[in-house]
Design a protein around this ligand. Sequence first.
Ligand code: SAM
Length: 535
Amino acid sequence: MSVYASRAKSEARANYRVCPSNVSKIICHRRRGGSEEYLIRWKTEPDLPVPPRAICSWHSLEELTLCLHHVQAYIESRGQPQHLSLRYNRTSALPVSRKRKSPGSDPLLSRDGTPGLLTPKDSANFSREASIVSISSSSNASDSTDEPPDVYNGVLQRKAGRIVAKKASASEPRLLPTLQMVQAAATAPYTTAERLIRQAFFDKLKEVPKVRLENHVDTSTPSLNFTFIREFVMRDGVFRADLETSEGCPMPCRPNMGQNVGCEYTKQCTCLEYAAVDEQALSRQNPDLYRRYVAQKEANAFIETAGLPKRFPYAKPNLDERVPSTLRSFYREQRHPIYECNQNCNCGPVCKSRVVQKGRRVPLTIFKTPNRGWGVYCDEPLVRGEFIDTYLGEVITNDEADRRESKGGKDKASYLYSLDKFVGDDNDLTEETCFVVDGQYMGGASRFINHSCEPNCRQYTVSYNKHDLRVYDIAFFAYEDIPAKTELTFDYLDKDEEEEEDVLRKREAAANDPRNMEKMPCNCGAVKCRGYLWV
Ligand SMILES: C[S@@+](CC[C@H](N)C(=O)[O-])C[C@H]1O[C@@H](n2cnc3c(N)ncnc32)[C@H](O)[C@@H]1O
């Protein structure tokens, strides 16, 4: 038997001690042609902020020797004399600066998967089961009682070197864990459970058009407690406005108006009643009315805009389905709500005022980032103003959102999105009475979009019933041309662009403000990063 280390590089790290008893696990990956690859998972020193389950390789030649020695002993114990190649990850789980890495830098595994760990994508396509084995020892890092056990998707937990299936409670009934998972949990190492979880997630994903999962960082998948949905799920205490308030645009809107594209060519379209006023057209058509309008606007007074010429939100150069509609610059910059035509309109399905309601057209990939959990990119290039997807989830009351939020600590990811666009707009809607979308357990791929202080996407309000101020779509559009496979991001605080010096000054102040100790650091990596996610 020979153990062959491929592409070894050494990198001494004085403060990181590795010895054979520190090896918590060896992952064996059978390759085409019968050879095997081994990945070594080290336990970490308790005082080093290296993730306990990080897959590390050796950091020095001595460590490599120990590592090979350990692999050899392990293989001998299994009696598998084969040609072996040992692959490694160059030390990516460094003890410092892990949290502040820019997106894409220094990933645990390279993007093409080489030197490669089994990725979830690989495992789903594996005809032959990747053989994954574990060496457990009583001193296993994640077995220590002062550390919480690893939780796999809230379904299976690693405890004392075994996998334990979490029981479904009456208040939280679910189909998971499956019988197969429970049985595997009783007998198998946790890597087997992880594989089953991956498979279960891929099964879920099969139902979702044009969404892929990619993970070159580790072997996890998003939570199995997450369900992909196609429309809002309305929970207790939330409601839409009465159906009869949903007016369509009546005659004269017709399917064959103008250039066969519906409402853009009628200034009378009642769906556009609350659309942005076309001030240029107004000043041309009725200078007196224009002057009055400007005065009211400057006085911040309520303006009755019915009958005034309106700006149309979308541009569509031709009727070719492959050419996307784009949001016009005024809407892109001003964030004026977009009112689309609805099922009661006479203009018909090709009307240019129907974009978001037709749903996502672009293919998205949910991928694991090195430092911000899962993120999303589009497989194809996006043009500025192109619609991407809406934010879906359970629609809950603000009180319920507060309850759900209070259950998590500062590190808990937040998936809550307030539907508060119309708060204060001459109505009695308040921050307390508006509804909230929770994408934690249910949603679409866009629920995985991360925050950036310099985002390439923006969120917009899209309404199909101008009388419903509580329930509308949150739609993501590209804010700039975005090349294929670039991570999509939006600003969670929806702040307007700030000067760089202002941001840097505020960032320093935020870093020194003890109240921010409780806040989650932002890892967006942008030059203008504000430092924290919620400041
Ligand atoms: C709507 S989720 C986005 C998807 C999430 N990354 C996941 O894996 O499910 C929001 C959460 O993602 C994480 N996140 C998003 N953007 C981040 C950033 N720039 N820096 C650090 N964490 C971020 C935070 O935990 C945040 O509460």
